[in-house]
Structure formats: C-alpha cells, structure tokens
Write a protein that binds this ligand. Structure first.
Ligand SMILES: Nc1ncnc2c1ncn2[C@@H]1O[C@H](COP(=O)(O)OP(=O)(O)OP(=O)(O)O)[C@@H](O)[C@H]1O
Ligand SMILES: [Mg+2]
Length: 381
C-alpha cells in the first residue's frame, strides 16, 4: 500500500451500525472514499455513503463481492465471513485487521486459548460442547457461561450461580469461566499501524449501577493506581503485538480485589468504551483506527480535560416503536455535553440508541452532570 495515495483508495467497511457511522464522520475529515455493507437496509450508515450494499456479513459471496471492489477492507463488527477475507487478500485487497486476527477474536473460545498460549492473565475456564457436560464442572461455580460465537452486548453471556441454572444453559459450543469478584472493570484501547507504531488511550473505567450490576456510565481516565495502570497497559500492548495486529484493539479487563489485572475479552475495532474520545481526546478512537489501517502516524491520545464521561443512551423500558428523544433540547443547553444519536428508527428496551459525552475538569461536577444527563434524556416511542 503506497502511503501517498491513501486518499485515492476505495475503502469498504463490513458493518453499518453506530461504530461504522462514527468511522464515517472521521472519514469525512480525512476525505476518505468509503462504502459500507450491512444486512439491515435501515442500518445507521445507510444514508451516509453513496454506495451502501445490503448483504449478510457472514455470507461468503456477499462479503467477497463487496470486498473485491475496494482496495482496503475493514470491519466494525467481528462476526464476518473469514474465508471471504482470505480470498480477498489473495486477489490483492488489503484487509485490516487481518483475517487471522479476526478469526481468533470472533470466537470467545479461541480468544481464551490465545491468552493461555501467550501467558496473558485471564479467568480460569473450560470449553463446553453440550450442556450436559456442565455437571462435571460444579467446582467452577459460581461462573459465567459464554457462547463461543455471535454473542454481543451481553446476549451471549449468562451467569451460572448454582446447579439449578444448568437447565437454562446454552446448548452450543461455549466456555464456562469462573466468576471474578472484581473491584473495577476497565478498558484499554490500543492501536498499531503496519510500521509497528503503537499508541494507547488513557484507561477508561466502567461504573456499575450497584443495584442491577449493569454498566451505568464510563469515566476517563480511570481512577486506578499507577501500578495497575502500568500492568494494564503492558498487557494491552502485549496482546496487540502477539496478535501482530494492525488496527484498533479494545481490551476489557477486570481488576480483582487482590489487585490482579485479568483480561475479560478483546475487540479488534472501535469500541463502546472509546466513544468519549471523540470530544475528550486529541485523537479519537475512530481517527486512530483510520490512521492505523492507512499506515499513518498514530496521533496523541492524551485527554484534553482532566475528566470525561460517557453515558449510554438506551431505549427506555416499556417503549417499542419509532424512536423519540425526550429532553434533548434541555441537554443541548448544558456546557460540555455532547449528544450522539445513532439514527436507529425503532427503539426497544435497552437497545443502544445513542450516547452522551461529558467533558469536565472537576470530578465532582462531572458526577453531578452525569446524574443530570441521565435524568434529562429518555428514548421513548
Ligand atoms: N468471569 C466473569 N466474572 C465476573 N463478571 C463477568 C465475567 N465475565 C463477564 N462478566 C460480566 O459480564 C459482562 C459481559 O461479559 P462479556 O464482556 O464477556 O460479554 P459481551 O457479550 O461481549 O458483552 P459486551 O458486548 O457488553 O462487551 C462483563 O462486562 C462483566 O461485567
Ligand atoms: Mg464485553
């Protein structure tokens, strides 16, 4: 790939959801020529590109036929047809992240094996092929059962606390891992370009809603010790190097009560935990993804204000139908508050409909603003 011609490349993105949409926003700034494929004719990217192709991302022919028209192909979701990516590489299409990397990551089982093979700390696990095997692993309880493939946004994950839960277990290739009693859950986003330059974003912390134990909001930078920060960064760098990966990699980790850092899972693309970088950091995760796969200089990831937060805007309980955004106008009156609506026509309970970034130097004021934001905007129908 010749660097000086990057603006002439035809670029394809597999997946047209909100991550693709935010990649497109940054592609405009770099004057990139991008087309998108998604199975959903109403996907968030559909009106934003001149060529929007409708096709199944897991279908060989659909991916191959879309990819053969571009010079550089990338992804915004990892559940894509890998064989088609290898076939495209053979005819000269550059594919970043590389197909062999996506192959390891798209199955949580091979992901876990990769950690073991490379001495990356992770929770203890066993592979399960059929739910009857669970009876052999009562010593693993309490635990989490995770589908190997095609689970996302918590849909392929279930808590197995006692043998009664075996009944409802997935009956497909899965992995059973020990439940970690964690102090904090963090995410480290790292990027690498083909020249080998590596950059790491400030660590983000997921803050949980104590009653329901669901992620409530994210803050950047994470409030963790320097020592933990160093360990987490070393692990993230080690993973992207061992994968020999080009692109952006999000590494979700647990910090245990004992101060250990364990890898939960990784994603080879922009990530929910990196949304705030659009306003809060000198280079956003989306800009960094393009820079990485185009072999451009990786920009400064430093945060512009002392603190920032990201609140997910989820479909409100009890509403199904055409989305309406209640309270948006009040939100627009708040300083340092940036709403992002994903353009999804229909809302349903807990669907990711958008997010709100808050930049604020003072941490106590930030926490206050998070509360106000959460009470102000609602997605209803
Ligand atoms: N071994 C574990 N111990 C404790 N909590 C866990 C464990 N595995 C998963 N969890 C909890 O469940 C959440 C979802 O798990 P995971 O990240 O593996 O699934 P996912 O479906 O890929 O989720 P998402 O798409 O939201 O990142 C984690 O963020 C964490 O809060
Ligand atoms: Mg996760």
């Amino acid at each position: 790939m010749k660097k000086k011609f990057y603006q002439d490349f035809k670029i394809g993105i597999l997946g047209g959801g909100q991550l693709g949409r935010m990649l497109l926003q940054e592609a405009v700034n770099l004057n990139l020529n991008v087309q998108v494929m998604d199975a959903d004719a109403e996907a968030p990217c559909k009106n934003l590109v001149s060529t929007f192709t409708i096709g199944q991302l897991t279908d060989f022919d659909a991916v191959f036929n879309f990819g053969k028209n571009v010079d550089l192909l990338t992804i915004e979701i990892e559940n894509v047809n890998i064989e088609a990516l290898f076939a495209l590489q053979e005819i000269g299409v550059v594919v970043y992240p590389q197909p062999e990397v996506i192959r390891i990551i798209q199955d949580k089982r091979s992901q876990k094996q990769f950690y073991v093979d490379n001495q990356i700390p992770t929770s203890e696990f066993v592979l399960i092929n059929h739910k009857s095997e669970l009876l052999n692993y009562q010593n693993m309880l309490p635990s989490y059962l995770k589908l190997g493939k095609a689970g996302y946004d918590g849909r392929g994950v279930m808590a197995i606390n006692d043998t009664k839960d075996f009944e409802k277990a997935f009956d497909a290739p899965s992995l059973l891992e020990k439940k970690i009693t964690f102090e904090k859950e963090i995410s480290v986003i790292v990027a690498r370009n083909p020249s080998g330059q590596i950059s790491v974003f400030p660590i983000v912390e997921m803050v949980f809603e104590p009653q329901y134990n669901i992620v409530d909001y994210l803050i950047s930078p994470a409030k963790i010790s320097l020592e933990t920060e160093k360990m987490a960064i070393e692990i993230a760098k080690k993973i992207i190097i061992k994968l020999n990966m080009v692109g952006l990699l999000a590494v979700e980790m647990f910090i245990t009560k004992a101060g250990q850092v364990l890898v939960n899972e990784i994603a080879p693309r922009p990530h929910n935990s990196g949304h705030a970088t659009i306003e809060a950091n000198f280079t956003s995760q989306y800009a960094q993804h393009w820079r990485a796969i185009l072999d451009l200089y990786l920009g400064s990831t430093a945060i512009r204000t002392a603190n920032a937060a990201m609140v997910n805007l989820l479909g409100e309980e009890g509403y199904n139908g055409i989305a309406k955004y209640q309270g948006l106008e009040q939100l627009l009156q708040m300083e340092g508050v940036y709403p992002h609506l994903y353009g999804k026509k229909f809302t349903k309970p807990s669907r990711k409909m958008g997010h709100i970034t808050i930049v604020e130097n003072d941490f106590d004021t930030l926490k206050q603003k998070i509360k106000t934001v959460k009470n102000t905007i609602k997605v209803i129908a």
